[in-house]
Design a protein around this ligand. Structure first.
Ligand code: UDX
Ligand code: UDX
Length: 465
């Protein structure tokens, strides 16, 4: 049995809520989808007639929005109205790492989630299915359920966990062809109906066998586990990269060799300057916190090492730039190619570039950043957020340019921080003529053609080679 859904509301028009709801709307034209957000500017940007101004950049997203917006997909700041009209509500607000109090630096801050639950309890005028889309610590559904069932409304709120596995940069593809969709809910009769109802929305385009139903706790913990395993693979290959640099092994050759073992598989073995993004660090830290809170210290330490190794990798990259610059970068111009945490996104949250830049700023370097999708103000905001240097200091030492060739004039070194495809196709001969000699390139993504660069006269420093 399932319920008929005519109206969906999603609270949170971010990197997760926006693309996910756009695809749900595309594939379910008979359902009206309202995305609501308290951030007025963000909603204005989603409603901008010029699709180049959407608040997030994802390949294929503008096309999906173009086909659905104003038909069955709507963006608004009227959260109350969205809640009132909805048969099903997705909660997709952010859950940052706590910056205060108990669990500071590790636990997920659930205040926005709780606010959403209270608002739903206050506004709803009939039964609703409430879906956790945000990645949450295990047993959050219980808190949601508590708040909703203790509301005075007397309506029934069925809570589901439906974590999102999309990766930024490939969000639309991942949503259209997911490996699996996970739906956790109670095994009661009404829980089962709610799970079937949500399943049917995805089954509009996802093969039935890829829609998994579990209990709520398994679903919540599966999401944290998936991100922890993925992050751990990167830290594992990055640990080997440090060893490769001391021996004559090549980390990309190792990745190829072990990736052909079908038990290991070839994906997520790309050694890098370190993983970034809004999820990996936050979710692993959250897992560490949860394990500790159950007294599982060994489990907590095990996962904590994934983060420590990632911090080490970022620092190691910055240290190498310093070391190869005759041990000082003071007053030297370092050109950064890329600021986003990966290619094909304008998202910079936890990007390795931020930490590498911060470390170089400690050493008084001058940094010139070029990224095809990241704005100047974003770069400054990211560095200021660390609270390590004053805004004046940052703005005097960091410049952001919108042409890569302007970044390299008289640069002492070029550092590749993001694996944007366009970097591979530049006229590197022309770049060579502009930089100071010796011409040093630090390829933090191992994407450039080292042989050609060496022929042109560059010294190329790779990760794990
Ligand atoms: C976020 C979390 O980072 C991730 O852990 C979770 O899995 C999904 O939600 P993302 O979509 O990338 O992912 O976050 P973000 O781009 O920050 O979007 C969240 C949106 O929620 C923001 O636009 C914010 O304005 C909005 N919001 C937040 C509300 O509308 N109401 C609130 O009370 C809080
Ligand atoms: C991740 C998960 O992949 C996704 O399932 C989840 O829903 C959210 O978190 P995302 O952070 O968007 O997605 O991107 P992802 O492709 O996983 O990359 C994360 C970071 O790891 C990036 O900084 C990327 O450059 C880095 N990375 C990835 C590597 O350094 N090496 C790799 O082999 C893969």
């Amino acid at each position: 049995m399932k319920k008929e859904i005519k109206n969906i509301c999603c609270i949170g028009a971010g990197y997760v809520g926006g693309p996910t709801m756009a695809v749900i709307a595309l594939k379910n034209p008979e359902i009206k989808v309202n995305i609501v957000d308290i951030n007025d500017q963000r909603i204005q940007d989603w409603n901008d007639t010029n699709l180049d101004n959407l608040p997030i950049y994802e390949p294929g997203l503008a096309e999906v929005v173009e086909q659905t917006r104003g038909k069955n997909l709507f963006f608004s700041t009227d959260v109350d109205q969205g809640i009132r009209d909805a048969d099903m509500i997705f909660i997709s607000v952010n859950t940052p790492t706590k910056t205060y109090g108990k669990g500071k630096g590790q636990a997920a801050d659930l205040k926005y989630i709780e606010l959403c639950a209270r608002q739903i309890a206050r506004i709803a005028q009939r039964d609703k299915i409430v879906v956790e889309k945000s990645t949450l610590p295990v047993r959050t559904a219980e808190a949601l359920s508590d708040i909703l069932s203790n509301s005075e409304s007397g309506f029934n709120f069925e809570i589901l966990s439906n974590p999102e596995f999309l990766a930024e940069g490939t969000a639309i593809d991942d949503l259209l062809n997911p490996d699996r969709v996970l739906i956790g809910g109670d095994n009661t009769e009404s829980g089962q109906i709610a799970k079937n109802t949500l399943s049917s929305i995805y089954e509009a385009w996802v093969p039935k066998e890829r829609v998994l139903q579990t209990n709520v706790w398994s679903s919540e913990l599966s999401k944290l586990t998936a991100n922890a395993f993925l992050a751990q693979r990167i830290s594992s290959i990055n640990a080997m990269s440090a060893l490769c640099e001391k021996t004559e092994a090549d980390v990309d050759e190792i990745a190829r060799a072990i990736g052909m073992d079908s038990r290991i598989g070839p994906k997520f073995l790309k050694s890098s300057v370190g993983f970034g993004g809004s999820c990996f660090q936050k979710d692993v830290l959250n897992l560490v916190y949860i394990a500790k809170s159950y007294g599982l210290d060994e489990v907590a330490e095990y996962w904590d090492q994934v983060i420590k190794l990632n911090d080490y990798q970022k620092r190691r990259f910055a240290d190498r730039i310093i070391k190869e610059s005759y041990n000082t970068v003071s007053g030297k111009k370092i050109a950064f190619f890329g600021w986003a945490f990966k290619k094909d996104t304008n998202d910079t949250r936890e990007s390795a570039a931020i930490y590498v830049a911060d470390h170089l700023l400690d050493e008084e370097a001058e940094i010139v950043v070029y990224d095809p999708k990241v704005s100047e103000e974003r770069v400054y905001a990211d560095l200021e957020y660390l609270n390590n240097h004053s805004s004046e200091y940052i703005r005097s030492r960091v410049k952001v340019v919108n042409n890569p060739f302007n970044a390299v004039d008289d640069a002492h070194a070029i550092a590749v921080l993001t694996e944007w495809d366009e970097f591979k196709d530049y006229n590197w001969g022309e770049i060579y003529s502009k930089v100071l000699k010796p011409a040093n390139i630090f390829d933090g993504r191992n994407i450039l053609d080292t042989e050609t660069l060496v022929e042109l006269g560059f010294n190329v420093y790779n990760i794990g080679k």
